[in-house]
Write a new protein. Structure first.
Length: 204
């Protein structure tokens, strides 16, 4: 075990990312577990904090849709059914985003450095989708940072053109799950996500 809890992990990660302080950076936490980590990073960098919302590994806010052609071609359902599922998922994504932000608008990342933060990386599928969404939303530079992750997943992220850099404090060969590296890995409730976002709300 490496970290006492997500806040402890966030403080350690913030020290690694301190070189970004003073630059045009936005910190984006992946709900829900990534937000307490991202909160500590944003606090040290004195940067805006927001969430980056991803649904079905392909849908992001602002009408973003990343098409995975392999999944589409391998699917047994037709385009109309896919569109119906996408519409439901997008509505839920937008609803969650409004709840997390408590009425505040999404931070504009156009032309800025987006630092995506999670509490860890297992398969990397959500992280990859989030990086692609951030790029599609106009980020000039996309970085993904986490306290711990599987080495292979980190390499896949680096190899994707949507992610410019990956920072992991630890990438142990014995990685089995994110939770094994935390003494306290209690699920993060929606209310905590909202409170953390409000705690760093400032002009972006």
């Amino acid at each position: 075990m490496l970290f006492a809890d997500r806040a402890d992990a966030g403080r350690s990660l913030a020290r690694e990312l301190a070189f970004l302080r003073g630059s045009d950076v936005v910190v984006l936490g992946l709900p829900r577990g990534g937000v307490p980590v991202a909160f500590e990073v944003a606090r040290v960098l004195d940067a805006p904090l927001d969430v980056i919302m991803v649904a079905m590994g392909a849908i992001g806010e602002g009408g973003i849709r990343i098409i995975n052609h392999e999944v589409v071609h391998g699917s047994l359902i037709g385009p109309d059914e896919i569109a119906a599922v996408e519409q439901r998922e997008r509505q839920e994504l937008e609803r969650q985003a409004r709840r997390f932000r408590a009425g505040r608008p999404r931070v504009d990342i156009t032309g800025r450095t987006a630092v995506l933060v999670d509490d860890g990386v297992a398969t990397g599928s959500t992280a990859r989708a989030a990086c692609e969404v951030a790029r599609a939303q106009g980020a000039a530079r996309v970085m993904f940072a986490a306290p711990v992750g599987a080495p292979r997943s980190a390499q896949v992220l680096v190899d994707r053109p949507s992610c410019d850099e990956v920072i992991l404090l630890r990438a142990p060969g014995s990685f089995r799950s994110v939770g094994q590296w935390y003494a306290d890995f209690t699920p993060v409730p929606d209310a905590e996500v909202t409170a953390l976002l409000q705690g760093t709300a400032r002009s972006a």
